[in-house]
Ligand binder design. Structure first.
Ligand SMILES: [Zn+2]
Length: 540
């Protein structure tokens, strides 16, 4: 492959002119004449006309199985909120025999207080239940038929770890947060194995189009893992996948034998299931992120609420210690500064009980990190699994976050540069379908702290901007480390797998425009194209 600069993500040699590939692996990287000397009679030369070659992106936290399934259903992702109602009505009309209308992708900042009303759904689907998850999966929008089916009324108490949105009279208004989602969600019929497989294939194709060659599916259950396994067994899984097995916080350590069994059965082809995912809190926007200090009420007055910690700190430490002893990489969702601290405490307890091992424990999201905790990531060897797209002044930040905070805590958000300076390994993930799966748009926010949809906005906490190499590393070598793939991929070095992406431009070129405007022309896994722009001739 010649004709475009090669960004290697290898700290000892960041740039090269050419890459040679044999039998799926990189055999040479360097100056063009050097690499050309290896050319044999059967060698194909792919001559690019500019652009940039880089390691395939690795998404350290993404939901392609759930996201692909949503693409098969009523999807509101990336729609204007004004189109939601008509989209639901259209889907219901197109699927008259479906007993439920299922889907998701609505954004919270489209509704007052982040909570849509059931009336909007009742007007278009009065006769059967509707269950639509928010784009972050932490809330559900349901209609009157769904509430009636589930028997949810003014008399229904909020379940533990969840909240039902209500009007002044206590009547449920149609939004269910966190564990309250299960009041209706538990009645939703399970997807069929065929739907699950088709969902993964759609999710995989979506990621490959964006240059992604490996990912961590950040929560799978037994059925999703079985679907992944089937695809892996017949070589239809072209991406390299770490499946993080979802941990049920209510079931406790009794589920450990089953989780071990799932891991054992899932080492096939490009699939591994050595990670366990658990939630230690919710999200800030619906007041369920676990904070060290209380939320403010929007007028600057303290409330009594510090959010929802999913497990008491000592129980979290017990679970994490048990999983660590069993060799699992533990992947914890933590948004609030209390959830982050309790999770770090749990990793510390595990290291004290079991000794340090080559673990790839990680905390995902990290919206609020108390400055005292930044140095603990390096000390404890905990990976910062970061979602760069959220670190900007979008509607979620302006309307649903900043009004409920004092300025000091507002300044602790998404501290990627501070964590890096403190020695943490940074691994980037998109959390698609929560946010775009496009790593180039994600990286643009990491380097600008400005939303690509509003490029003239002021940057959010500009001191936390990363430079472009740091952002690229977090989506390649950093995430490869989180996925235990760093010996074989994540950078362009002789001996590693030829997992590569080709861009239409060199984003380091000052005339290239915003990073997020770059496009992926081709994606290769082990030297085989899994995506190619029709205008690019890969036959050489
Ligand atoms: Zn996620």
């Amino acid at each position: 492959m010649v004709g475009a600069p090669v960004y290697t993500a290898d700290a000892s040699r960041r740039w090269a002119e050419a890459v040679a590939v044999r039998a799926g692996r990189i055999v040479a990287v360097g100056a063009e004449p050097e690499v050309a000397a290896l050319r044999g009679p059967a060698t194909r030369v792919l001559r690019l006309r500019g652009g940039m070659v880089l390691p395939g992106f690795q998404d350290a936290h993404v939901h392609p199985s759930a996201g692909g399934l949503e693409l098969l259903r009523c999807t509101l992702h990336e729609l204007e909120p004004a189109a939601y109602q008509a989209t639901v009505a259209g889907y219901a009309a197109d699927h008259p025999a479906a007993p439920w209308v299922l889907g998701g992708g609505w954004v919270m900042d489209a509704f007052p207080g982040g909570a849509p009303h059931r009336a909007g759904l009742d007007a278009v689907v009065p006769d059967r239940p509707v269950y639509l998850e928010s784009s972050d999966g932490h809330s559900a929008w349901v209609n009157g038929a769904a509430l009636a089916l589930a028997g949810v009324t003014a008399a229904t108490p909020d379940p533990p770890r969840g909240r039902i949105e209500r009007d002044a009279g206590g009547e449920p208004t149609g939004t269910l947060h966190e564990h309250a989602m299960a009041l209706v969600g538990d009645l939703v019929p399970d997807p069929t194995p065929d739907e699950l497989r088709r969902g993964i294939e759609l999710g995989q194709a979506h990621l490959h189009r964006l240059g992604v060659t490996a990912w961590q599916d950040a929560s799978v259950d037994a059925a999703r893992l079985a679907a992944y396994r089937e695809l892996a067994e017949r070589d239809a899984l072209t991406g390299r996948v770490v499946a993080a097995i979802g941990w049920d916080v209510e079931a406790g350590l009794a589920q450990l034998p089953e989780v071990r069994e799932l891991r054992r059965g899932a080492t096939v082809g490009r699939l591994r299931a050595g990670a366990v995912k658990l939630f230690q809190d919710g999200v800030f926007e619906n007041r369920t992120a676990a904070m060290l200090e209380v939320y403010l009420d929007g007028d600057g007055r303290p409330t009594g609420n510090r959010g929802i910690g999913m497990l008491p700190a000592d129980e979290l430490a017990t679970v994490v210690t048990a999983l660590d002893r069993d060799g699992f990489d533990v992947h914890v969702h933590a948004i609030g500064d209390r959830a982050v601290r309790e999770t770090l405490d749990a990793f510390q307890a595990a290291a004290e009980a079991n000794g340090r091992r080559d673990a790839r424990h990680q905390i995902a999201h990290l919206q609020f990190v108390h400055p005292d905790d930044r140095r603990r990531f390096r000390r404890l060897g905990v990976i910062a699994n970061a979602q760069p797209f959220w670190a900007c002044l979008d509607g979620y930040m302006r309307e649903l976050t900043l009004p409920f905070l004092d300025p000091e805590r507002a300044g602790w958000q998404y501290p990627w540069a501070s964590l890096r300076r403190a020695g943490a390994v940074l691994a980037f993930g998109s959390d698609w379908t929560v946010s775009t799966a496009n790593p180039l748009l994600e990286m643009e926010v990491a380097v600008t702290r400005v939303a690509p949809s509003d490029r003239r906005a002021e940057p959010f906490l500009p001191g936390e901007r990363l430079d472009l190499p740091a952002a690229l590393d977090a989506f390649t070598v950093g995430s490869a480390y989180a996925l235990r793939l760093e010996a074989d991929s994540g950078s362009i070095e002789p001996g590693k797998l030829a997992d590569l992406a080709v861009l239409d431009r060199d984003p380091f070129d000052p005339d290239a425009g915003p990073v997020g405007d770059a496009r992926v022309l081709a994606t290769l896994v082990a030297g085989h194209p899994v995506h190619a722009d029709p205008g690019l001739d890969l036959t050489g």
